[in-house]
Design a protein around this ligand. Structure first.
Ligand code: CA
Length: 239
């Protein structure tokens, strides 16, 4: 991203020179040649850094700096005509980030801008990490017979819980109805295929309540069911 530098300077020669050097350093620039309307421009355009001359027609740099500090932390580098002025400005605690005395070397200005932006960015920008994919964790709580994703949870019957527990253990693996029955009903009771189907149907409905955009349990025609998420980051945990 190209950073945008606002130059507030009433001397066209200095402004031109600064713009030339800043463009060479791959910055975008905008030039305002008086103190009038600077705060409004900053508020609207939100530049990345401001080079602000102290002596300006209309409104001086001191006042502009104070105005901007009331609504923005944008880095401000003040340009002054006299070295002695810098001490006075520091004493005023304006909130400017740096001070440069005229006449300056444009290279020096570019170096100071780079340093200031680096400092500000290191301070402000949180480490870049992609936002976590939503609802990637499905937690199965055996004690409470609930299944949870984020802040959503739903209660399951024991049969539904055992079905889900069995299926999620091997994502992508197809389970026949018989296999599922023997997992769920350990007492060898005789249940029909339709019983499993009806439990699975209810389980799917409950999962859809907490994970509306995920289709987790898939029926495999004439065989049975499998548990699979199209989200690579999907994880299930049994507690
Ligand atoms: Ca000036």
């Amino acid at each position: 991203m190209t950073e945008r530098i606002l130059i507030v300077e009433d001397e066209p020669k200095i402004a031109d020179l600064l713009q030339k050097y800043l463009h060479n350093a791959s910055y975008q620039t905008h030039w305002l040649n008086s103190g009038i309307g600077v705060s409004a421009w900053v508020r609207e355009q939100n530049p990345d850094l401001i080079l602000l001359d102290l002596m300006l027609p209309g409104k001086d740099g001191l006042e502009i700096c104070k105005e901007i500090r009331q609504f923005s932390h944008v880095p401000i580098i003040m340009l002054t005509a006299r070295v002695e002025e810098i001490d006075r400005l520091l004493g005023l605690e304006l909130g400017a980030d740096d001070y440069i005395c005229k006449p300056f070397s444009p290279r020096e200005v570019v170096a100071r801008i780079k340093a200031t932006l680096r400092r500000v960015q290191a301070f402000c920008v949180p480490p870049q990490s992609p936002p976590p994919a939503p609802n990637t964790l499905l937690e199965l709580d055996r004690d409470r017979l609930v299944v949870r994703s984020g802040s959503h949870e739903t209660s399951l019957t024991l049969v539904e819980f055992e079905l889900l527990a069995a299926l999620q253990q091997h994502p992508g693996r197809i389970f026949g109805r018989d296999q599922l029955m023997s997992r769920v009903y350990t007492d060898n009771r005789i249940v029909s295929d339709r019983t499993i189907d009806s439990h699975i149907k209810k389980l799917r409905k409950k999962l859809a309540e907490i994970l509306p955009n995920q289709d987790l349990i898939h029926s495999v025609y004439s065989v049975g069911y499998k548990f699979e998420s199209d989200n690579k980051n999907f994880v299930t945990v049994i507690q």
